[in-house]
Write a protein of this length. Sequence first.
Length: 298
Amino acid sequence: MKPTIAWIGLGTMGTPMAQRVLRGGFPLVVHNRTARRAEPFLAAGARLAATAREAAAAAEITITMVSSPEALDEVLGGPDGVVAGLAQGSLLLDMGTSGFPAALGAESLLAGKGVSFVDAPVLGSRGAAQEGKLVVMAGGARKDIDRVRQVLDAFARAVYHVGPIGAGQKMKLAANFMLAHLLSGLAGALALARASGLSPSDLVDVLEAGLGSPYFRAKGGQMIAGAFDADFTVDLVRKDLRLIRRALEEAELPFPTIEPIAQMFEEASRRGWGGEDGAAVAKLWWGREAEASGKRAQ
């Protein structure tokens, strides 16, 4: 018999992940701050919990997928929080990008309760979640990761045990550090191609053929079309960059590119694009192109 899963957080990524868990035959209890997001799950056979505590109390494995360390603190703590509902012998799995200190904080909340903990953020977009092709970076004891492996297999194509508790968060921030550079760099490269009289689509073809990554096609296509339906929003990139800056400071790695890239995403959010895909940072370059064209025309 498959274990009962409590799923806390039905946002952009949490919803498709939880849907795959439900379709995989796991009994599912869901809780979300906005209850209407749970309606499709109830129609498909899941149960709705009024509080995070109630959800956790009904499950052997509780999964949190929330957007920030502050949101994780809120959902874990307090009289109606997850920790208050966890039974001895159960397991808590945090899959949001909350950072290393938040992972250690969650572990400390569980001390003495006889509850196992794994931090396991994911790499991949909403589309990858829908297709079951996410990559999981798990920190914790091997036996605990093995215990949740069948659940992870419902939405992941690969699961990596990267170290002790907190290592999953560290790995995710390192990966997202690179992805933020790729987004901002791709936007600039497309702007340069266009300003140089070249076809941006040809540049995407060259990058995809030369570097062998579908990422350039996916994000470059969004930038060229100006279509920014969110897989991973500008505001979530901003949040991750704040966590990355903290991680760089703690590692004593003063990396010179982090501030200008962070400023680009802050500016994109200030302009009202925070809910659009991170590829919308390209719109900043369009403004710079227009300024350059005006100067050349003078």
